[in-house]
Structures are given as C-alpha cells and as structure tokens.
Write a protein that binds this ligand. Structure first.
Ligand SMILES: Nc1nc2c(ncn2[C@@H]2O[C@H](COP(=O)(O)OP(=O)(O)OP(=O)(O)O)[C@@H](O)[C@H]2O)c(=O)[nH]1
Ligand SMILES: [Mg+2]
Length: 673
C-alpha cells in the first residue's frame, strides 16, 4: 500500500464514530500487519503488504487492548531431542494446573495417546493441550523429538508464540536439539530453557547450560534471544527450580517463567478472518478435525467462510462445529477467542497450511513450507505366493487409497507413481517415519511389500548431490575403534570427538544418508548394545560414490513347504536362521543370513526319511539355537536391493524380488549402492 493511499479500515472506523486518535492507532492493526506508529495521517509509509504476520514488531497498544479485551491466551510449544522428557513434563503441567480430579487415574505420558506411541514410548504426532494458570490459558503443543518427525515440529512452531526447550541434564544438547532450536530461532520465538532430569546421577547441569549457550551462539542467536530464563526440572516428580543447587517443590517457577517470557497473542478479533491450519486430527464422530490458530477475526459455528487452498484457489464452506482445548478434552464453543488454538470440524478436504478466511475479503496467510523428504521406499502390492491370506486390503487400489489418505494428514510424506500400477514410491524424512506408516497400515489390515530404502538425490548445476546427515554417537571408550572402522567404508568423516571423562566418548560424523542404512543394527552388535546414536539431516553434498551394502548373502528357501527342525539343524553352521521349525515358506523366501557373501538356495522343508527302525534321535530331540526374529525396522535395514519385505497383519517375511531360483541373477559378492 502506498503512503498517499488511505488505509481502507480508517473509513470504516470513522463511520463507527471513533475518535481520529483511536483510528490512527487502530486502523492499521486491522489485519495484523501493523506499522508503528500508524501512518494513516502522519504520512509514514504503511507496511501492510511488506511485513509477514509473525514478524510483527512489538507494540503494547493494540486494537483489542483499546477495547479492553486483551487476549489472555499464550501459545507455547515444547521442543527437545528424543526422550529428554517433553511428554513427562506436560504430564506434570497438566496435573499441577488441576486438570485431573483428585482421584482420577491418569496414565503416565498421557499425551502419547496412540497405540504405537504407547508401545514404543515415543511421541510420533504433535498434540495440543491447554492448561489454565492464574486465570490465563496456556495452549501447549507437545512435539515429537525423533528427527524423522521433524515436520511435525516445524508445523507446531507455526502455531505458537514461544517455546520451552528441554535439554537432558546429562546428555546435553543433541542433534535434534540443534534442529528444533534453529527452527525456533528462525521464527524468532522467545525460548525458555528447561534443563530436565537433574535427578540423574550423572547430571551435569552447569556444563549442559554452557553447551546450550554455545549452541545458541553457533546458531547465530541475537542478543535478546540469549536472554532466556533457565529452569532446572525433574519432570517425573513435577519439580522446577531456578537454582540448580536447590531442587524445586512444584512446577510453579516454570508456570511463572511462561507468563513472564511468552508474549500474549496480539491478534485482532475484529479483523479480517485469518485462521491457519497447522495440524490435522481425526475423530470417529466428526471426521477430520483441523487444528488451527486464530490469528485474526472471530470464527463462529454456522459461519460461511472461504478456504484458501494451497494452490491459491478459494473454496466456500460452512463451519459446523468448533472446539477449543481444555486439558485433554475438546470443549464445544460457539465462537473462537482471538489467538486461541482451536479444532474446526466439518471442513471437507481442508489440509495443513491452508487459511480459513472471509468470503468477501479473503486474506490468506503465507503457506507453511517444510523440509523436503530425504529417503524413498517402494511400496507395492503383495504378489507373494501367500498373498491375500491374512490381510483385508490387498489390491493396488486399496494401497493407492490408503496412501492418498496419508497424504492428507502427513505433509512431510510424498507419494510418486512408478512405471507400474502396482507399486508406489513413498518419500519421507527417515526410515522410522516410513516404518511407522507401514506398521499402521499393517494394523489396519493391509498387505504390502516394501523395498530397501534409497536416498533422494538432486541435481545442482549438473552435479548429482546426495543428502548428508550429522551423526552423533555416544559409545564406551573401548569401542571407539570399532565405530570409526565401521564408518570408514560408509564415507563417514569425523568432525568432532569429545571424551566426557566418565568412560563414554562422543563422536560426531558427517556421513551420506545412504551410509546410515543398516548401520544401527551393525553397531549395536559390534558394541554389545551400548551405543547411542542420533542423526540429523545436514544438507546435500556431491555424490560420494559407491558404499558397500550388507556384506553377507541370504539363505533362501528353494521350494515351498513347511520348515522342519531336521532341515534347519543342518543349516545352522551356514549362518543365522530367521525362521523356527513349522513355518510355511515359499520358493525365494529368505530364511536366514548366510555367513558368506553369496546367496545360498537351501531346502528347509526336508524331512527325515522314515524307517521301520526306531530312531534314537527323534525330531523332537533336535535342539536348535533360537532364530533371530526380525522386527519391521530390522527387516527393512537388513534387505538388499534385490530383496523385499512382505508385510501382512500377522507376518513379516523377507523374500527375493525374483522368487524362482533359476531366474534370479546370482549374488556372488557384496553388492554396492
Ligand atoms: N530420571 C528422570 N527421568 C525422566 C525425567 N523426565 C522424563 N524422564 C524419563 O525419560 C523418558 C522419556 O520421557 P518422555 O517424556 O517420553 O520424553 P519425550 O521427550 O516426550 O520423548 P519423545 O516424545 O519420544 O521425543 C521416560 O522414561 C521418562 O520417565 C526426569 O526428570 N528424571
Ligand atoms: Mg514425547
């Protein structure tokens, strides 16, 4: 807008007989893009079109405050590396804000509500809750800490005005701490630092605090961003303190820090409607729920509104139901409060990043941009001989529909067509993210086959670039050599090595994402399960050439039948078996890992010849070593390029892509990628 033009809002206010002074202050805050002081009459240039909403300058007098209805809502996200205690801390906040009845039985980590989250003890989806403290509402978004779900964190940060950064008092800042903090600083969100787990015997709070300062500086934080409050907590017991030497009694100091540090929302309830969807949820009764932040205006049930789609088009719709958050519940509301985070029901087809706005005067917010996927996997229809026996959804149409449904809620996933109608390329942010999707599909009754994960390369200036990860490994001193040795062929380049002085060493590498596939399993074996490793996407680098894959071949069943103890016993010294006796197999199915580098076709269904003589070594007397039963992630890590994992609701089978042994090219040596 040009300076000489008059702000259109001013006319409206004049009609309402506002004093010229108030008009001057209020008019430009109508649509939240305030230039201060307001230029209408003073001749300054108006910044309406120039400043995005979330970089509004701080101003104390807003349109709503003039009307005496300053919003009392604060929105905060809780971010950290995996397992640093975010969800546990939310438990404490909920409990101490009086969310539960005195005698109410509440599960631990109550926000981790879906089945897979409870099973694995990790958060997968970002979730909202709200607590009330001293009459003020605090909306809290609990985010996942695992790098594969970074997309969830990015979106959560779009809804909030500040963050609580949790850091484990012993582990200190880890790769995901860096990632989430960099995103929060980028969005200029004020942080509160929470050093958690101070009860750990190996806690080193002061050192960790210094490491966090280093991290802020490393991430180019501005001076005001460095002035964050620090709290020392034991999330399990619900205690926070501002002094590391004096343990707290309750979380009161943390609540206080939230009120002191996190700014109140500054939207204008009378402005043009701007409600942006940052997350999606699903209810069995209401269908899709859009979790959205009200930036401006007021949304009411029954309102006719416009949805500004990602492609720029506008669709009209009517709001059927609105909810706001209160503890773990969603409460029915008639109209939204400014700056609140709400759930909107009944908006067909709405997806993340879209804005609900006025029909006559649409004012969409900039779309939410998130990082690109780095890993891809082939999902195809199950065409194994045993297909269709255990699953309910087995056709390519079923598979396509399910993947399309996933795309609606999971914006960090992409699906691409392949040459064949039976197979899709699914792209995501990591192996775990994709394996969670596969596990969910399997539980819903789907059958499918998946291939070995591959990385997504891109071409820059005619050069092939591949994704790189920043890998952090914590390992006992005596295994350092083994780790370094393993990373060599995987093109890992050591960037840092730090001996904490208590027997464990932290190693940091830059390694192509390709080099990480299968690494965890290998290192866990080599270091007898003592390794802790974390990796984080760290941009692209020129393609690093070949990286050896699994050095061993597979033991492959050469005919269909049921495995026998007699046959398996004969194979024990050939490698490690994956199948116990009594399991139905087919030709081309992998039943174990060969100890050499080539594949070996074996007969696992061979029965002992029956004789009339009473044998002293009856079948039951055979004692086999327990088979190595692979779970989904291990199976995906294990397979080579010419192999696949068959996933059904009841079984996981590994197989060769080409089942018939006489059609299959021989694998004679370690394959390279
Ligand atoms: N000793 C101790 N353990 C804690 C504390 N806070 C959390 N934990 C434990 O740390 C583990 C991880 O806690 P979560 O709350 O699931 O961690 P999270 O950050 O939500 O993990 P993700 O959501 O998967 O990233 C659990 O076993 C908690 O019991 C604490 O203050 N002290
Ligand atoms: Mg969690």
């Amino acid at each position: 807008m040009q300076a000489e033009e008059r702000c259109p809002r001013a006319d409206k206010l004049e009609k309402k007989r506002w004093s010229p002074q108030l008009i001057e202050i209020a008019a430009c805050s109508w649509i939240g893009r305030l230039s201060w002081p307001c230029p209408i009459s003073s001749g300054f240039r108006c910044a309406h079109a120039e400043r995005p909403l979330h970089t509004r300058p701080p101003y104390s007098l807003t349109f709503s405050s003039l009307r005496g209805s300053l919003s009392k809502i604060r929105n905060i996200a809780i971010i950290a590396h995996v397992d640093h205690g975010k969800t546990t801390l939310v438990d404490g906040l909920l409990r101490q804000a009086g969310t539960f009845r005195a005698n109410e039985a509440v599960a631990e980590r109550v926000m981790d509500s879906n089945e897979l989250e409870r099973e694995r003890g990790i958060t997968i989806l970002a979730k909202n809750t709200a607590v009330f403290y001293h009459g003020e509402k605090i909306n809290i978004v609990d985010t996942p800490g695992h790098a594969d779900f970074g997309g969830e964190v990015e979106r959560a940060l779009k809804m909030v005005d500040g963050v609580m950064l949790l850091v484990d008092a012993s582990e200190g800042p880890l790769p995901q701490t860096r990632y989430v903090l960099s995103k929060a600083l980028e969005a200029r969100l004020p942080p509160i630092l929470v050093i958690n787990k101070i009860d750990r015997p190996d806690a080193r709070a002061q050192e960790v605090l210094n490491e966090v300062y280093d991290l802020f500086i490393d991430l180019d934080a501005t001076e005001d961003q460095l002035e964050f409050p620090v709290l020392y907590t034991n999330a399990k017991l619900g205690q926070a303190s501002t002094d590391p030497a004096v343990p707290g009694e309750t979380l009161q100091p943390l609540f206080q820090a939230i009120l002191d540090t996190i700014p109140l929302g500054k939207g204008d309830p009378e402005g043009v409607l701007q409600v942006q969807v940052a997350n999606l949820d699903y209810s069995d009764y209401l269908g899709r729920l859009a979790i959205a932040r009200v930036y401006q205006g007021t949304l009411r049930t029954g309102d006719e509104v416009a949805i500004s789609k990602r492609d720029g088009s506008i669709e009209k719709t009517r709001i059927t139901k609105l909810f706001s958050f209160s503890g773990l519940k969603r409460v029915d509301i008639e109209a939204t409060e400014i700056d609140d985070i709400v759930a909107v029901a009944g908006v067909e087809g709405i997806t993340i990043g879209e804005t609900i706005t006025n029909v006559d005067n649409p004012a969409p917010l900039p779309a939410i941009v998130i990082d690109e996927p780095t890993i891809a996997m082939q999902f195809s229809v199950n065409n194994s001989p045993m297909a269709g026996r255990e699953g309910q959804w087995v056709t390519s149409r079923n598979l396509r529909e399910r993947l399309e449904k996933e795309l609606l809620t999971n914006v960090s996933i992409r699906v691409e067509e392949t040459g064949s109608p039976d197979s899709f390329k699914v792209l995501g942010r990591g192996e775990l993210q994709l394996s969670i999707l596969i596990e969910m599909m399997r539980r819903e009754g789907y059958e499918l086959m998946v291939g070995r994960p591959e990385i997504v390369t891109r071409e820059v200036d005619g050069k092939m670039m591949e994704p790189v990860e920043h890998l952090t490994i914590d390992v006992p001193e005596n295994f350092v050599g083994v780790v370094i040795e393993r990373l060599g062929p995987r093109r890992g380049e050591m960037v840092k090595m730090h001996n904490h002085g208590y027997g464990r060493v932290r190693l940091e590498f830059r390694v192509p994402s390709r080099g990480l596939i299968g690494l965890r399993g290998e290192l866990l074996t080599d270091t007898r399960g003592t390794i802790v490793m974390n990796s984080l996407f760290d941009g692209y680098m020129p393609h690093q050439g070949q990286i050896p894959q699994r050095p061993t071949g597979a033991l492959v069943a050469d005919r269909p039948g049921v495995t026998t103890a007699y046959a398996l016993e004969g194979l024990e010294d050939r490698g490690v078996l994956f199948t116990p006796p009594g399991v139905e197999v087919y030709e081309g199915m992998i039943i174990g890992e060969h100890s050499r580098d080539n594949d070996l076709d074996v007969n696992v269904v061979r029965e002992k010849k029956l004789t009339n003589m009473r044998a002293s070594t009856a079948d039951e007397a055979i004692r086999l070593a327990p088979p190595r039963l692979l779970n989904l992630e291990q199976a995906i890590e294990f397979i080579a390029d010419d192999e696949m994992v068959e996933v059904t609701p009841k079984s996981l089978r590994l197989r060769k892509k080409i089942l018939q042994s006489n059609r299959r090219p021989r694998r004679n040596a370690a394959v390279t990628a």
